[in-house]
Design a binder for this molecule. Sequence first.
Ligand code: ATP
Ligand code: MG
Length: 419
Amino acid sequence: MSSLQVTRGTRDIIAPEIYYWQQLEATARQILSQAAYTEIRTPIFESTELFARGIGEATDIVGKEMYTFTDRGDRSLTLRPEGTAGAARSFVENKLFAQGGVQRLWYMGAMFRYERPQAGRQRQFHQLGVEVLGSADPRADAEAIAIASDFLQAVGLKDLVVDLNSVGSAEDRVSYRQALVDYFTPFIAELDTDSRDRLTRNPLRILDSKDKRTQEISQEAPSILDYLSPESQQHFEKVQALLTDLNIAYRINPRLVRGLDYYTRTAFEIQSNLLGAQSAVCGGGRYDRLIAELGGADTPAVGWAIGLERLVILMQQVAIQKRSQVDFYIVSRGEKAEAKSLSIAQIFRKAGFSAELDLSGAKFDKQFKRASNAKAAVVIGDSEIESGQIQIKWLGTGEQEAIAIADLSDSFEALRQKL
Ligand code: ATP
Ligand code: MG
């Protein structure tokens, strides 16, 4: 019988990689709560219409990457390809705007896109994202970028660059769109198939093409920055001044357009030179039109999403964390000792230590080998049980001490000092 394997484009996350995930998750919670962000958990599947409306029909995501299916009740549902549409729907549906002020939300979870799998590009992947709803202030844009940068630095990444652009307002883009159509039309035969299609539907997206020849042609395309209204221009300049103030390195990239239709003004990506073709680890921007598009009141907003698989690839390259250590590894041999070993492990855990219980029943030396990841081994043999004592062997120093089982809780403070 052939063995079963994970589905193409998905993968298991197992040790030691899982330790990087746990580290980034803990760091995210800490950094985001320090900045007064609240977690939001939205469903993994939603109505297809939410994504069609919220992301835009002419985007790659909606056009060809969604996992869409009909359920038994004949509803068209889609596995979420990103987190913003769901968070925005929830903001409207739960009337979070009624609370007034600015809502700072964050989420973390699995996303699904039907793409060609390669390093850093999967069909099930994970994102950490934030959405700041209710402020048009350029400080909101700069703060969101600063938090992303804080987080990436806190998990150990260096040499990151923020690519920054403004895609203007919808009005600014009307004449820019025409300028792009005029520019690209003579090259139509040389564009990749998708971009030819985009020429009429969404010419901005041609700038986002991954095709080499199309990218070459795009180099000379008109710049959106020449089409910004004075208000958009001023907003862009303020964001830049704030980033400079914060000492965040950025470069202006007038060809940076986000894949999603609802973006306005600020667009940015955080790049790493270590990632090869999939160089973006974070993408985001302002989306002042989305909430109204989904039936809410006009609500300016800004957000970003970090691809966690790509982040973990980077973390592994700088190798910040290997594996987590347990405090005590509990070895036992002999019928009475084994019978008592689990309750002793539980006593250590309840006192706040981490403890791993060896279940093998193997010879002591074999069990000791597996203890190498712990700070100390707790040794329980039948003779120890008879004398009412356990042995603690500190693996760093080789020091050994005996502790009476009855007095265990009195010894915890002293043990804690030695960890
Ligand atoms: P790309 O241009 O690489 O396809 P994107 O513009 O589609 O990226 P976003 O929708 O902005 O990406 O998502 C934000 C981040 O999520 C990306 O910067 C990337 O790190 C990550 N990401 C997107 N798609 C995938 C995927 N299929 N597999 C793994 N990570 C992904
Ligand atoms: Mg993509």
